[in-house]
Design a protein around this ligand. Structure first.
Ligand SMILES: Nc1ncnc2c1ncn2[C@@H]1O[C@H](COP(=O)(O)OP(=O)(O)OP(=O)(O)O)[C@@H](O)[C@H]1O
Length: 715
């Protein structure tokens, strides 16, 4: 039975025995269609009715709606040949909708070919199988196109934060304040409800409930041609195609036409860094694969024209960094002109985003979004971070001025709520007492400032693996990048003063290399989800506990093991102590074990590399200075007394420097080569163990001893 013409409105109805006699599992509510016309399917004899309250929608907690009749039952068991034909066509239409994934993440050709076969296998998977495989998601209320995308990614069950926030967010449309450890799936905890709500709202705007059932959509037959799909488009710009009690949404709104900006902007997702915005975009796009929802990313460092082009396609979701977004809003971008009407706002890493003195554009944007009280109330807000409830001790200089400077976690949350205009959110905090991931191993190395390079190099050589090194400043990243390059470690720098294209390139290279070495400032501290990062090294102690938690959270993600290592020199001890206090560590972090003979070998090479680095720097400086002065004098056509000029190196001096540098470079090259062929550290690399194993060993031994003793006692 299909429905044509203008739609009626749905009203909630009270649950009665009659309505729920078919079982109440997962049922959360029932809606009644009050004013509708029933028309026999496509061209069949019309049986118009104007009887209100004949059909109801049953909302189940797993997001499905079953259409139930309150009065008359009709047996659709044996379809007539005409009906069979129509149903067949409809199946094909459904298939057409499902077959049109939009904004699919980039995949290379080989992957596409192999995934075609996978796709075919998946589609042939029965709905029962899908449902039983994904049964852990029941009760969360997710529509099947989303569920299917999750299944494809192997997400067979929700993570803890997802399980605890999704029902309230999806079914209750509550604002969510969520705190959970790094790498625990917070992105989808806000991504899924946003996608779900768009699907839901689309259905309602088309006047029908957007019911999608995994069973039917997956069994749908392939479509023969595009024309067949178009044949049944009705006057609604967004149409739902019905199949019995199952309806699949078809998006044929004008915004599907490139260049059209008349589509609705539903949601904004804001992140503190460009790389994180791109990653969130990728995660959401993967989850939206079968929904037809368009998602665009808007970040600084990219051509604004390109981003305007993306926005002109009318994406329902925009993932952005606040600066560029605000710029485009002020420039009067037509799609972003609807920003004050958005239905969902997600702010990833919220505590960082709302910190005073940062992201002024975000505060401007919030002012704009909250002007209209009605719209503000309609909007669903998502606030997530691993450190949402963590408060660090203020620096000593500020502490002495104002004793009450340190907020309580409650005050921190309240401040965030006030800034966002959120009044009654569901607060879910599943962070551990330690603040860090349960699978993270922590350790420290205490050394003199001038020894840090040696220890760093020692670690890299001894424990090869994907390693992320954090520094507190760009200059430190630059210096280390130079030094480690001379030592042939191939570091990949990442900091805010780099060209965006180079930043992304280095991230990709890091992802692709299982022994990659990323040297970064805190621009990479939050949110980045790079699989298989084994070690995080804090070359300098971070100044806040939040930064420590987020930096460390680049490893030990999604239940994987990982090591975080602090390099501490004497002047950093107070920062380290404060860190431990805030994180509630009652004991010092364990010392990382070091082999002194191997350290000596590392020192020899690092010292030589440092000397070479200094020589190269002096040579570079002298040639740039000489060049600069000569150029300036010629351009100005000025005569200046010799004494007024800074002393420049004469040719002899700079040649001497160059020669010396060349000798050192050869020495270092020979040293690195000989060690690689038969030297000490090359062997060490071969026998190198995972740093996590080394740290975990004492515990494992203790555990073995315990098992042994238990066995003995039993005997
Ligand atoms: N239900 C799930 N089952 C398995 N893996 C999941 C699930 N949900 C998300 N993931 C994966 O877990 C990883 C971490 O997720 P995500 O990046 O969202 O973590 P996060 O909590 O936001 O971390 P951070 O605090 O560092 O930003 C990702 O690779 C993601 O694809």
């Amino acid at each position: 039975m299909g429905r044509k013409g203008k739609c009626g409105s749905w009203k909630p109805v009270q649950l009665t025995e009659n309505l729920i006699s078919k079982g109440v599992e997962g049922l959360v509510g029932i809606e009644e269609l009050t004013d509708y016309k029933l028309v026999k399917d496509y061209g069949a004899k019309s049986i118009r009715k104007q009887t209100p309250g004949k059909h109801v929608n049953a909302l189940t907690s797993d997001g499905d709606i079953q259409r139930r009749s309150t009065k008359r039952k009709k047996d659709f068991g044996q379809p007539s040949s005409k009906r069979r034909k129509v149903n067949c066509r409809r199946k094909q239409q459904i298939r057409t909708v499902l077959e049109k994934p939009k904004e699919v993440p980039e995949v290379n050709k080989d992957e596409t070919e192999s995934s075609d076969t996978d796709d075919a296998e998946r589609k042939s998977m029965s709905s029962e199988l899908l449902e039983s495989k994904m049964s852990a998601w029941h009760g969360v209320g997710i529509m099947s196109p989303i569920l299917r995308a999750l299944e494809e990614q192997g997400f067979v069950e929700p993570t803890e934060i997802q399980a605890k926030t999704l029902p309230a967010a999806v079914l209750g449309r509550r604002d969510i304040l969520g705190a959970a450890e790094t790498g625990s799936g917070k992105t989808l905890a806000f991504g899924i409800p946003i996608l779900h709500r768009i699907l839901e709202d689309r259905g309602q705007s088309a006047g029908r409930y957007n019911l999608v059932h995994a069973k039917r959509t997956i069994e749908a037959e392939p479509c023969q041609s595009e024309n067949e799909y178009e044949e049944h488009e009705d006057e609604n710009s967004r149409e739902m195609v019905g199949l019995g009690c199952v309806q699949v949404m078809k998006d044929v709104s004008p915004h599907n036409t490139p260049g059209c900006s008349q589509s609705k902007l539903y949601a904004l997702v804001l992140t503190p860094t460009r790389e994180l915005a791109m990653q969130v975009h990728k995660h959401l796009t993967a989850a939206a694969r079968y929904t037809g929802i368009k998602i665009a990313v808007v970040v600084g460092g990219m051509a604004p024209q390109k981003q305007e082009r993306l926005l002109s396609r009318g994406p329902e979701i925009v993932v952005a960094t606040p600066g560029r977004l605000w710029e485009l809003i002020q420039d009067g971008n037509p799609h972003l002109a609807q920003v004050s009407n958005i239905r969902c706002l997600a702010i990833d890493e919220t505590d960082r985003m709302l910190e005073r003195g940062h992201f002024q554009e975000l505060h401007n944007l919030l002012e704009l979004l909250n002007v209209d009280e009605g719209k503000k109330r309609q909007r669903q807000n998502f606030v997530f971070s691993a450190t949402l409830t963590m408060v660090h001790e203020p620096p000593r200089r500020l502490k002495s001025r104002n004793k009450k400077l340190r907020l309580t976690p409650g005050q921190k949350l309240q401040n965030i709520m006030t800034m966002l205009g959120v009044t009654n959110p569901k607060v879910v905090d599943v962070t551990k007492e330690s603040g860090t991931a349960g699978t993270l191993t922590e350790a420290r190395i205490v050394c003199a400032l001038e020894e840090k390079d040696v220890y760093l190099y020692y670690f890299i050589q001894q424990h090869p693996g994907r390693t992320l090194i954090f520094c507190n400043s760009i200059s430190c990243v630059r210096r280390l990048a130079q030094l480690l390059s001379l030592l042939q470690c191939r570091p990949l720098p990442l900091h805010a003063n780099m060209m965006q294209r180079q930043r992304l390139k280095n991230l990709d290279r890091f992802r692709d290399n299982s022994r990659g070495l990323l040297l970064a400032t805190d621009v990479a501290a939050r949110g980045l989800d790079i699989p298989g990062v084994q070690h995080v090294i804090h070359y300098q102690v971070p100044r806040t506990s939040e930064t420590y938690v987020h930096r460390s959270g680049r490893t030990a993600r999604a239940q994987k093991e990982g090591l975080t290592l602090l390099l501490i020199e004497p002047t950093e001890v107070p920062h380290y102590t404060r860190l431990c206090r805030t994180l509630g560590r009652t004991k010092d972090l364990p010392l990382f074990p070091i082999s002194s003979s191997l350290l000596a070998a590392a020192k020899q090479r690092v010292t030589l590399a440092q000397e070479l680095d200094r020589l190269e720097l002096a040579t570079r400086k002298s040639s740039t200075e000489t060049g600069w002065f000569r150029k300036a004098l010629t351009e100005m056509d000025m005569l200046v007394d010799d004494e007024d000029l800074p002393r420049q190196m004469d040719d002899d001096e700079s040649n001497k420097l160059r020669r010396l540098a060349s000798v050192k470079r050869k020495q270092l090259g020979a040293l690195l080569c000989s060690h690689r062929q038969h030297g000490d550290m090359s062997n060490a690399v071969n026998v190198a163990k995972s740093a996590v194993d080394i740290r975990a060993k004492p515990q494992k031994n203790r555990h073995n001893l315990f098992l042994k003793n238990r066995r003995k006692n039993k005997e």
